[in-house]
Design a protein around this ligand. Structure first.
Ligand SMILES: [Zn+2]
Length: 84
C-alpha cells in the first residue's frame, strides 16, 4: 500500500465572477436594465467603477453583464441608463 497522500485540492477561482466577492453582502437585487443589474449591499463597500475608474464606497453597485469583476457605480449606472 503506497502512502501517497497527495493533498491535491482544486482551487478553481476563475468562475467568471458570477458571485459577489466575500466582502459584498447583497441584500437586494433589482431588475436588470439592459446590461446592468443594480444591487443594494448591507453596508457601504469599497469597489472600483469600471466606467469612471474611480474608487467608490457605496451601498449601491451595479454589475455589468452580471459579472462581479466588472462593476459600475450608481452615478455611471444612472448615466448609462439615461444615455440608452
Ligand atoms: Zn462610475
Amino acid at each position: 500500500m503506497a502512502s501517497d497522500s497527495q493533498d491535491n485540492q482544486e482551487h478553481s477561482a476563475v468562475t467568471g465572477a458570477k458571485t459577489p466577492p466575500s466582502n459584498f453582502t447583497v441584500v437586494k437585487t433589482y431588475d436588470p436594465k439592459g446590461d446592468l443589474t443594480l444591487h443594494r449591499l448591507s453596508t457601504a463597500t469599497a469597489f472600483t467603477c469600471g466606467r469612471c475608474n474611480k474608487e467608490k464606497k457605496a451601498k449601491l453597485v451595479a454589475t455589468n453583464w452580471k459579472r462581479w469583476n466588472d462593476l459600475r457605480c450608481n452615478g455611471c449606472y444612472g448615466k448609462v441608463l439615461s444615455e440608452g
